[in-house]
Ligand binder design. Structure first.
Ligand code: FES
Length: 236
């Protein structure tokens, strides 16, 4: 049985198991800390920084920082909301995100974060990068215009599926999702049932012939904002 420790999150004392991260402790207590790259079935990666909280006054990524007894965590503060909103705006302006045409609209985590944090229009300059689409696979496609470099597909193909189908290539602003086959996605061992084909938080990796099946009004985030399940006490 794991030992318990106590931490304070936004003034509430919560109990956490030793070995849990701040994000896991908050989830278990029904406190939503926003996140994008984190996924409960994958190892923490710490890429997007949307989960940044103040730990004893210092900024830390909640998804990678272990909970320590007596820790004081702040998440629901205006400076962090601004930080998160700015990161979300940056992601929107760095890629080519046209929500009105996107198959993931209504169930996209980036779009849902934009709504939750009241994003009106990005303050950053749109980059309009020239990125390609790989539709070579019979069942799955990659639209790199929408990729936010969260590495969920990279981690899932390695840690869950064992195919290593995805990896990053390039550096800096040229960094993008690559595949481990010269022939493109069709040359990999990726199958439509794989975790990597279903774990993208945006519309960058989508299954073919599944678009727009949920009508507007019944999509995942149409009725409740992202994070509502955690705040309702459900495990994330
Ligand atoms: Fe923690 Fe992305 S969710 S860094």
């Amino acid at each position: 049985m794991s030992l318990k420790l106590r931490i304070t999150i936004d003034g509430s004392e919560v109990t956490a198991s030793t070995g849990s991260t701040i994000l896991e402790a908050a989830d278990a207590a029904g406190i939503y800390i926003p996140r994008l790259c984190s996924h409960k079935e994958l190892c923490a990666y710490g890429a997007c920084r949307i989960c940044t909280v103040l730990v004893n006054g210092r900024p830390q990524a909640a998804c990678t920082t272990p909970a320590v007894d007596g820790m004081v965590v702040e998440s629901d503060v205006e400076s962090l909301h601004n930080h998160r909103r700015s990161l979300i705006e940056m992601l929107f302006s760095e890629g080519n995100h046209y929500c009105m045409f996107c198959e993931r609209s209504g169930s996209c985590e980036l779009q849902a974060l934009g709504y939750r944090f009241g994003m009106i229009v990005p303050r950053h300059t749109y980059q309009f990068p020239d990125r390609d689409v790989d539709a070579s696979h019979p069942d799955v496609m990659i639209d790199r215009n929408r990729c936010v470099l969260c590495a969920r597909c990279v981690r899932a193909s390695k840690q869950v599926d064992g195919t290593h189908a995805f990896q990053f290539v390039g550096r800096g602003k040229n960094r993008r999702i690559g595949v481990n086959a010269a022939a493109g996605l069709a040359g990999t061992r990726l199958k439509v049932e794989d975790k990597a084909a279903a774990i993208c938080p945006v519309g960058a990796i989508i299954k073919k012939r599944t678009a727009f099946t949920e009508p507007v009004g019944r999509r995942l985030y149409d009725k409740k904002p992202i994070g509502s399940d955690i705040e309702a006490g459900a495990s994330a």
